[in-house]
Ligand binder design. Structure first.
Ligand code: ZN
Length: 239
């Protein structure tokens, strides 16, 4: 992607994520892959709600900043290693978003998993949202925790920390972040109203068989999603 366009997309998504309350202060980080050995990412210590297009940093795929006389005073996000791990595990991914959406993160704080198949659109787009084990932010522990999960899921929760999403472009990654928080809000309401009733296993199976019609082609672990941890047993098989 053209660097000027990437800066515009980062600018738009950063400001929207801040306006939505997915991040506060200088939290959150976003990146776009510019080419085989180049990416552009948010800079460390910047408020994404007041960010400007010249505040993003170009690095190689090892996270080393590419010298630029125009943007030389910005350093890449301290959480860039997590983005690099995603790009390494998923050659199809061209953008990564990391934020701290309050309701979804609240589920990890409460120890309540987001792995129930409840909403058809979420089953088709994300499957479920697994949670990576707790890791100290900005350390290699985070990368180790997400490495396997991100191979199968486009959205992963980081325990007691935040959410990580990826996509073919930054808007896709951002929309998945929206889906994560929207799904968590719906789950919260269901919990308040007496409990979550997941979809039946056969309903999930049907959704997985038609999801490619809606443009979702990333592999999902069908056996897990239709199993008892995520779905309800079909009425006939429950007898
Ligand atoms: Zn974070």
């Amino acid at each position: 992607m053209d660097e000027t366009q990437a800066r515009k997309n980062l600018y738009d998504v950063c400001r929207l994520a801040y306006a939505r309350g997915y991040i506060c202060g200088t939290e959150g980080n976003f990146s776009i892959r510019l080419g085989d050995d180049l990416l552009i990412a948010t800079a460390a210590g910047t408020c994404k709600g007041r960010v400007e297009p010249d505040q993003f940093v170009v690095t190689d795929m090892a996270g080393q900043r590419i010298e630029s006389k125009n943007y030389s005073h910005w350093q890449p996000s301290t959480e860039l290693a997590m983005h690099l791990t995603v790009y390494q595990a998923r050659p199809d991914v061209r953008a990564v978003a990391h934020a701290h959406p309050t309701v979804a993160v609240g589920f990890t704080v409460a120890g309540v998993p987001l792995t129930k198949c409840v909403l058809p659109e979420v089953v088709c787009s994300l499957g479920v949202i697994p949670t990576a084990p707790y890791a100290t932010p900005s350390t290699s522990e985070v990368s180790a925790g997400i490495e396997q999960l991100i191979k199968q899921y486009d959205a992963v929760m980081l325990d007691h920390h935040g959410a990580l999403t990826c996509g073919a472009d930054l808007w896709q990654a951002f929309h998945k972040m929206e889906t994560v928080e929207h799904y968590a809000q719906t789950m919260l309401v269901a919990h308040m109203l007496g409990g979550v009733k997941p979809l039946y296993s056969s309903q999930v199976k049907t959704l997985l068989s038609v999801r490619s019609i809606y443009g979702f082609n990333n592999p999902l672990p069908e056996e897990f999603l239709t199993g008892s941890e995520c779905s309800l047993p079909d009425p006939e098989s429950a007898n």
